[in-house]
Design a binder for this molecule. Sequence first.
Ligand code: AGP
Length: 368
Amino acid sequence: YVVDKGNHRHFMEKEIYEQPEVISHALSRYMDFASNTISDNINAIDFKATSSLAISACGTAYLAGLVGKYWFERYARLPVEIDVASEFRYREMPLSPSQAALFISQSGETADTLASLRYCKDKGLKIGAVVNVRESTIARESDAIFPIMAGPEIGVASTKAFTCQLAVLAALALGAGKARGTISAEQERELVRHLAEMPRIMSRVLNLIQPQMESLSRELSKCRDVLYLGRGTSFPLAMEGALKLKEISYIHAEGYAAGELKHGPIALIDENMPVIVIAPFDRFFDKTVSNMQEVAARGGRIIFITDEAGAAASKLPTMATIVLPDVNEIIAPMIFSLPIQLLAYHTAVFMGTDVDQPRNLAKSVTVE
Ligand code: AGP
């Protein structure tokens, strides 16, 4: 069918606003909301018999996998080895048929991801594909396909595919936890219930933050460099925020684990480089706030992306505070993706770049 921009200026904007709808498709494929349980289709990979999981992907799909690593390890006690596909395929890591491998790709055609898949297949691993395009080469060559149900993604900068990849990885991690007996039936029901609420919360957040994102982006568009910080699952989000901003606005940005600040990037802090701190009120919050303090003490300007509990708990002066609703940990990465995407989008719009077709980039990288 024909894909158009509807009432939106760019495909990217349309795809950002489509997220509540497509994520509900992704969730309902892997969860039963009548019983609040994970569906059996997750068992296309025998997670119980799996000794560890290897994940490989590129770009945004890799960063989704990095969030997935935290979930698989936490909820399923399943060790995860993850790498960008261009390194994974040449690392000569020891692999055995007792392991399973997951390949995450929107297009399903990314050359390095496909090569990593073939490498693992050769070593006898069970292969799972988290893909958007179900007819793709990566899907065809896998033992188990986990479609992300995002619908066609036209904008070169991935948005809805990222959050749908996260939704599917959350389902897989909880399904693996169920199979391995590392989460109880009660935990499963509770986490699935939180996931079921996500589309509604996403719609609310998109409406809530839109005006603030536009005005903040005007400020960001004047900057040469931006630093993103986060801990736990907010660390991959920090890298995703930086990737999104640099791809479409051409502003230099880096995403760092907040705890690494002292090990180098703190030398860059001055009033010219905004620091975007992603910190829901989770078990890492206090530690991230102490990193924020280090930034503030050196005259750094902070854009603080937090939730209501986090905003109430921190009294540090910021350039701006983006306050999201308090949500369960399992859905925070998807909810916190929204301001990150909108900041990048509006900054690029202010700068007048070709948002949907940024220079030098292709939607699908089919050569090495
Ligand atoms: C995301 O905004 C990028 N354009 C890029 O990093 C992309 O995620 C990467 O090339 C992987 O593509 P795939 O998901 O189609 O494999």
